[in-house]
Ligand binder design. Sequence first.
Ligand SMILES: Cc1cc2nc3c(=O)[nH]c(=O)nc-3n(C[C@H](O)[C@H](O)[C@H](O)COP(=O)(O)O)c2cc1C
Length: 168
Amino acid sequence: MGRPIPTDNEILLKPIDIVVSKSDEEGNIEYCNPIFIKLSGYNKKELLFSPHSILRHPDMPRVIFKFLWDELKKGNEVTAFVKNMTKDGSFYWVIAYVRPAFNPDGSLRNYVSTRKLMSEHARDVIEPLYEKLLEIEKSDGVEASEKTLMEMLDGRAFNDVMTEIQNS
Ligand SMILES: Cc1cc2nc3c(=O)[nH]c(=O)nc-3n(C[C@H](O)[C@H](O)[C@H](O)COP(=O)(O)O)c2cc1C
């Protein structure tokens, strides 16, 4: 299956939509709900056991996924804005809450992502930020964009800043 070519066609979530998926330790899709499937444009068979990066949009800075995985591996949850690409190259924006789920014995069960509509304000803030991070990554690599992201957080917790951006 070749990668889609990104288009300018945007798919808008409804405020009521909750887009859920679960993955194994490597990010392969183990479960996805009907809205996830519908939005993606793929069928369930194409999605199950595929990596979540099947939805990766080229406009997404790598540093966001690096941060996501660093935190998940530490057992922490992450709130992040994500632009996803569908099978036909369209895109949709979400705010994603991603967390590890654990078995009663403390071992990892899976990772769970719950996504909702991103606020308009968040869109205004995040789009230029991601553009900047991507540009820095292209010229100076992911360490440089990580530095810029940390400077922007100015000592505050990533999740708190993202939640504030979504709600203000
Ligand atoms: C539970 C879970 C859900 C994820 N959901 C998405 C998603 O919706 N879109 C996406 O691009 N990456 C998602 N990821 C991150 C991917 O695993 C991957 O890191 C990202 O797509 C970058 O892929 P790449 O490193 O191959 O470029 C998710 C990861 C986890 C653990």
